[in-house]
Design a protein. Structure first.
Ligand code: ADP
Ligand code: MG
Length: 213
């Protein structure tokens, strides 16, 4: 992938995997030698706390209002090769501000009817931002907490396919992801307990970011 890029994690719902993906994407870029920073735009601060524990060398900024995002992100773009913005739950002002500055919105989505409804709302707000900006941001749905032998997960994947933005290969429901969050670690630091999750997470990140800008 060439050039700098801002990837933002957006959804109207909490608990769908925004912070999990934000922290792992940031750390993954850092491992590849990129100058990357995490912007935590959620007042709960879970991804900034998590990443400071897991990888204290990575710069973490907390920008927690629409004004802070709109004023701060353009300058940070000059300073870092890549920015990862972890959004709050909800599609209020902050999320809309993020959509005005981001290159790419990742929309994580869990396997329930409520999750699907939330993702559909997020897509609608992305389309509004595209209309305002006459083009960007690019957007990709990222299914999460999948249990592919369960009907709901298969139905989710089919329903996501109907929405007017691309879908990525998703993450399965795995204890290792929850353990990583609980321990302030990355799945690739969990040793054999995290091996399957590591392969899956790296596959998703590589599949998305490896595709280029
Ligand atoms: N694929 C997964 N399998 C199991 N637990 C997960 C998975 N993805 C996220 N979690 C857990 O679900 C909770 C919510 O995830 P998080 O990334 O914090 O979501 P959000 O930032 O959207 O609120 C956390 O406890 C996290 O560890
Ligand atoms: Mg979060």
């Amino acid at each position: 992938m060439e050039g700098s890029m801002i990837v933002s994690l957006i959804n109207s719902k909490g608990g769908v995997g925004k912070s999990t993906l934000a922290v792992h994407l940031t750390a993954w870029w850092q491992r590849q030698g990129k100058r990357v920073a995490l912007v935590d735009a959620d007042t709960q601060g879970s991804s900034s706390t998590w990443l400071r524990e897991a990888a204290p060398e990575i710069p973490v900024l907390r920008l927690q209002s629409a004004d802070e995002i709109l004023d701060g992100v353009p300058g940070l773009c000059q300073e870092y090769e890549h920015l990862v913005v972890d959004g709050p739950a909800g599609l209020a002002e902050i999320s809309r501000a993020i959509l005005l500055v981001t290159d790419w919105a990742w929309l994580p989505c869990g396997p329930s009817v409520l999750d699907l409804r939330a993702a559909t709302e997020a897509v609608r707000v992305v389309l509004q931002a595209r209309q305002i900006r006459q083009g960007p941001p690019r957007a990709t749905l990222v299914p999460n907490k999948l249990q592919l032998h369960h009907r709901l997960s298969r139905e989710l994947l089919a329903a996501l396919g109907e929405l007017p933005v691309a879908s990525a290969g998703g993450l399965s429901l795995r204890q290792a992801y929850a353990d990583a969050a609980g321990q302030g670690a990355l799945v690739w630091e969990l040793g054999s307990r995290g091996r399957v999750a590591t392969r899956e997470m790296m596959g998703v990140l590589h599949g998305l970011v490896g595709q280029g800008a």
